[in-house]
Design a protein around this ligand. Structure first.
Ligand code: PLP
Length: 361
């Protein structure tokens, strides 16, 4: 029997989430962020399901290449930008746009852009307070002047910034980032783009011309104690496997590596064919929720590479072959992530190649 671990990608949920996002930000165009293989859902299938988006955002030229090879002709934006001279003709060949966030890129453009035969479209990124990527606002005038002097750069770059704390809906830091960005760009031509998913959900004053949702498209929330469902989003991934053993253990007997979990009473334990070798988080503690044949149960012992153990005390009907759900509809990935000390994005991005992907909807 082949391994039962399977990720089902719900194309209808992707489409629903895009529609829901448009409803939340009705005046904005949508750049669907599909970096990291569509947050682990599969780049090409996600892009095809989201063909209604206005553009796609990727983090690597290789991803842009895959999108073009898959027949996606929409605008594609390289979010972390080009970083060597050879990238420039590649951008041109693929017809993709780039974020410009650093002096080193400006110099590459000034030196090597001459050879481009069509103007490159840029998204000019300002650092409004996150201090990761972006020009300091006080350099904006100088950077714009240098770009304007290069005929191989298209006029009026989109002006963008990125939030550090938009998942906190009351954060003063986000108010300050918005104010700094608005002050720096006041009166300038060019579209504006500020909002990631959390800002789409919680900061309507920052929706502007282009929103850049990633996680929300996949139905995943990074807002503390909220799931995608709380915002009308649907999970785009369901992760499942099966029980491959059901065992009886006596009270006081240890289960799993390290023996640090012991059966509190004589009980049945199910062994499911999934572990950190599939991308399930090793740090998920005992009691992290799973569903067996649609009913709640908790894991016990340490998650190992290929397997995990499940408390079957409440599930007398569970047997070898029973379906085990790890996350998805009714079992939020956000809850599993929170139990394991991470966020849903890391879990969806982290599934490994031995997980079988299937599509539904
Ligand atoms: C990843 C990314 C996004 C999307 O963030 P989500 O939290 O997934 O919505 C938006 N903008 C930039 C610049 C990014 O790098």
């Amino acid at each position: 029997m082949s391994r039962a671990t399977q990720a089902t990608i719900h194309l209808d949920a992707l489409r629903h989430n895009l529609a829901r996002i448009r409803q939340l930000a009705p005046r904005s165009r949508v750049m669907a962020v599909v970096k990291a293989d569509g947050y682990g859902h599969g780049l090409e299938r996600v892009a095809h399901a989201l063909e209604g988006a206005d553009a796609f955002g990727v983090a690597a030229i290789g991803d842009a290449e895959r999108l073009r090879a898959a027949g996606i002709s929409k605008r594609v934006v390289l979010l972390s930008g080009f970083d060597e001279a050879a990238d420039l003709p590649a951008l041109q060949r693929l017809g993709i746009e780039s974020v410009l966030h650093h002096e080193a890129q400006l110099r590459l453009l000034e030196l090597d852009g001459v050879s481009l035969d069509a103007p490159l479209r840029l998204w000019l990124k300002l650092d409004s307070g996150m201090h990761r990527l972006g020009f300091p606002p006080e350099r904006l005038a100088e950077v714009r002047a240098r770009l304007a002097a290069m005929p191989w750069v298209a006029p009026e770059p989109v002006l963008m910034t990125h939030f550090a704390r938009s998942d906190e809906f009351e954060a003063e830091a986000t108010r300050e980032q918005i104010a700094r960005f608005e002050a720096a760009t006041a009166g300038l031509p060019g579209a504006r783009s500020l909002s990631n998913s959390a800002a789409v959900l919680g900061w309507p004053q920052a929706h502007a011309d282009w929103i850049r949702p990633g996680g929300a498209l996949y139905g995943i929330s990074v807002v503390e104690a909220k799931t995608g469902a709380d915002f009308g989003l649907r999970p785009a991934m369901t992760l499942t496997t099966r029980l491959i053993a059901v065992n009886h253990v006596e009270a006081g007997e240890p289960v799993g590596y390290g023996g640090d979990w012991r059966a509190p009473e004589s009980m049945r334990i199910g062994i499911a064919a999934i572990g950190y070798g599939d991308g399930y988080p090793r740090h998920a503690p005992p009691d992290t929720r799973v569903r067996v044949d649609g009913r709640d149960a908790g894991i016990v012992g340490r998650v190992s590479m290929d397997l995990m153990a499940i408390d079957l005390r409440q599930l007398p009907d569970a047997r070898v072959g029973s379906a085990v759900q790890l996350w998805g509809d009714g079992l939020p990935i956000e809850a599993v992530a929170s139990a394991a000390g991470t966020i849903g994005y890391e879990l969806s991005c982290g599934l490994t190649r031995r997980v079988r992907f299937v599509e539904s909807g």
